[in-house]
Design a protein around this ligand. Structure first.
Ligand code: SF4
Length: 177
């Protein structure tokens, strides 16, 4: 997996102060995408063990709320392969860190076992470890710059643990920020 950028004290992509990792590769190609260079899976540089260590270390101070994965598309199947062990490690070593993922895939697409474009053997495990999924492609005709944490009004800020527990999409309170 390649990454384009890593921000270590990011306040724009999720609640609080976070480490934000911009994963390379995206097949959605949304009209008006803010980050077209990240569509290429080879963009940026490899997410090495050294970088992984640095990301995990960055989450340890208690004033850091957690990790945000965005891109690009963290939930492209080939990226899920590497994100799953990364999250497993964070859960073990930094349990207080919250995890946000931005995905162009919807929650329903990701949890549809017949959807081979984005549902893999890693998807359920990843969803079981995250707190928030900001889902859906960027829709230029629904762009709204007043929205916090998302670019267009079709995108949802989903409370994943509550959604998994109830079986119904449950929006996070952050959706009203
Ligand atoms: S999902 Fe995100 S990175 Fe991918 S094309 Fe859409 S806006 Fe761009």
């Amino acid at each position: 997996m390649n990454v384009g950028q890593i921000y270590y004290t990011d306040i724009a992509n999720g609640i609080g102060c976070r480490t934000a990792v911009f994963v390379s590769g995206c097949t959605h190609h949304c009209k008006g995408c803010f980050n077209e260079e990240t569509w290429n899976f080879d963009y940026g540089h490899p997410f090495t063990k050294e970088l992984e260590d640095k990301v995990v270390e960055s989450l340890k101070p208690t004033h850091i709320d957690g990790l945000t994965l965005l891109g690009g598309e963290p939930m492209e199947p080939r990226n899920q392969k590497e994100i799953r062990p990364l999250l497993e490690r964070i859960k073990r070593e930094v349990p207080h860190a919250t995890i946000w993922i931005y995905s162009g895939y919807t929650y329903e697409e990701l949890t549809d076992a017949s959807n081979k474009r984005c549902h893999t053997e890693d998807t359920d495990a990843i969803l079981s470890m995250i707190d928030i999924l900001v889902d859906g492609e960027f829709m230029l005709d629904q762009k709204d710059i007043t929205l916090r944490f998302r670019g267009s009004s079709n995108q949802r800020i989903i409370d994943v643990p509550a959604t998994r527990a109830s079986g119904e999409i449950t929006l996070s309170g952050y959706a009203n920020y």
